[in-house]
Design a protein around this ligand. Sequence first.
Ligand code: DD3
Length: 335
Amino acid sequence: MRATSPPDEEMAESPTAKRKREEKDGENGTAASQGESAAGSFPLAEMSVRKVLRESARDKTIFLHGQVNSASGDGTDAVVILEKTPFQEDSIAELLKKHTQLQLQMSNDIYSTYHLYLPPELNGIKTTVVYPATEKHLQKYLRREVYLIQETGEDYKNITLPFIQSQSFSIQWVYNILEKKAEADRIVYENPDPADGFVLIPDLKWNQKQLDDLYLIAICHCRGIKSLRDLTAEHLPLLRNISQEGKEAIVKRFGIAGTRLRVYLHYQPSYYHLHVHFTALSYDAPGCSVERAHLLSDVISNLELDSWYYEKRPLAFALRADEPLLKKFQEAGRV
Ligand code: DD3
């Protein structure tokens, strides 16, 4: 019995069953899940690597700045993220049976190491493409020193809010999800209420092939709630819906109980449309550190105690050395 088995096989489809079904169904990725962009046909072979933005031996990831030469000759920037994926417990038997070669590297007493070669279908690499990428995307993935900021309520009004408003962050992809123009076939759950409803969908960081790194996001239907700072007691029904219905939907689809989930908001978020992260508690998800993650249950409790809690409270967060917001805090003499 797999530890990750859903409690009710009739209601829940395991990631393996899903993968097998998708293999049978043929191409994964319908027009709906690709939206209107041409990302489905990214010319990886024609891309030249300009720079390695970041890499991690521990995470088995590499972030590349690439350039694709257009017909006119000027290169278009791309960010390509390559990541070796976690093992799928239930494909291990297949992996052992179907390996093409077991090449001995060293042997000593009862100890030996090998390089195991696998057929392509068992050897995939998760690939995330941002194309065309802007300078902001390139900067986002460059490894830089980070600094902790203590943002008071006043700082938010005087520094952070004007900065957010001056930026033209495109969140078209968020609206595409809410309007079913992209990823519609990936929606796990929806509460369609315009004020208190949301869409629950696997985050792009999760390939859904194993539950170990489960990662979903709840995106609220209501537009204009930028972040934690905007939340008041008025939003409690929305937040309670996200907490309760989100957990229910995840146990139903993936068999992971609410007590095995970390449900939280980011401050600062990477996009200013309210969303909540659902990650497996056993997974050390990127962005779940104390200087960024605020548990949804704490957020709800704090708003129950004081409707203006997040307007007033100093909030700490880290900023990369190159981020324009850090410069704004420096100019204001706040760091
Ligand atoms: C993003 C934060 C944003 C680069 C990258 C990711 N989940 C998304 C588009 C579609 C998505 C997400 C921005 C962008 Cl790699 C720049 O994330 C997304 N779809 N987090 C889902 N399901």
